[in-house]
Design a protein around this ligand. Structure first.
Ligand SMILES: O=C(O)CC1=CCC(=O)O1
Length: 246
């Protein structure tokens, strides 16, 4: 946890193939105002890696268990991609625990299901190293990659360090997810952030969420690919602060 102990709590949830370090570019801007809780989603980073397929509800209940353990009754929630899906699940199924929502480069329905099954099978057979380059190609724009080779190596290493069973288990959660019916019931004030050049969850996915959640607002950041909060940290931080402070 980072930030003043008595500040409002902000829970940040990582994407598929990432760990809690993906939020490091947010810390200098957010920790003066918020008690920031970052954690590794199940199957990722240093969290346990249960065998088998995960469901989005598993990931959501993990987040609730963490809040319970930390004695946090209610938090703002910010998630990117799979983390954003978990955040939407929380807002829909545990509304009393969620204050405001920031959904970054995410989707309410991310098909085709067969692609997730195939990716999981590849990872189980060959490891996460086999897909790491392709994943990072979707995370940052070519311009950013050319200018920041060290960051690209770091991101690639993060993907490759994700346990294969955890990555594959989380693919199943995306394969089976359809949050579209939940969107109209979300009452948390919601900001949706999309990356204009995101090939994984293009802005149309963010637009669908913003159209479905009452009162939600969409911001499209450019140039930015899937890891928009990493590539365009300054813009993302400003938007997050506006959404949570407003
Ligand atoms: O790796 C990708 O294709 C992008 C992605 C989808 C869900 C997620 O968390 O990352």
């Amino acid at each position: 946890m980072d930030g003043p102990p008595d500040a409002p709590v902000l829970l940040m949830i990582n994407s598929l193939g990432a760990d809690l370090s993906m939020w490091e570019p947010q810390l200098p801007a957010l920790t003066p105002r918020f008690r920031v809780i970052r954690y590794d989603a199940r199957g990722h980073g240093r969290s346990p890696v249960p065998p088998g397929r995960y469901a989005l509800a598993d990931l959501g209940r993990d987040a609730l268990a963490l809040l319970d353990r930390l004695g946090v009754a209610r938090a703002h929630v910010c998630g990117l991609s799979l983390g954003g899906m978990t955040a939407m699940w929380l807002a829909a199924h545990a509304a009393a625990r969620v204050d405001r929502l920031v959904l970054v480069c995410t989707s309410a329905l991310l098909g085709p299901a067969s692609a997730w099954a195939e990716r999981a099978a590849t990872v189980r057979a060959e490891g996460t190293g086999a897909i790491a380059d392709a994943v990072v190609d979707r995370w940052v724009t070519p311009g950013y990659a050319a200018a920041h080779p060290g960051e690209v190596r770091r991101l690639r290493d993060m993907v490759a360090a994700t346990p294969a069973a955890g990555y594959a288990g989380a693919c199943a959660a995306i394969e089976e997810m359809d949050l579209r019916p939940d969107l109209p019931g979300i009452r948390a004030p919601t900001l949706v952030v999309a990356g204009a050049e995101d090939p994984a969850t293009p802005p149309a996915h963010g637009a669908l969420i913003a159209a479905g959640v009452p009162g939600a607002r969409l911001e499209v950041v450019s140039p930015a690919a899937h890891l928009a909060s990493y590539e365009r940290a300054g813009t993302a931080n400003r938007l997050i602060l506006e959404a949570l402070d407003g």
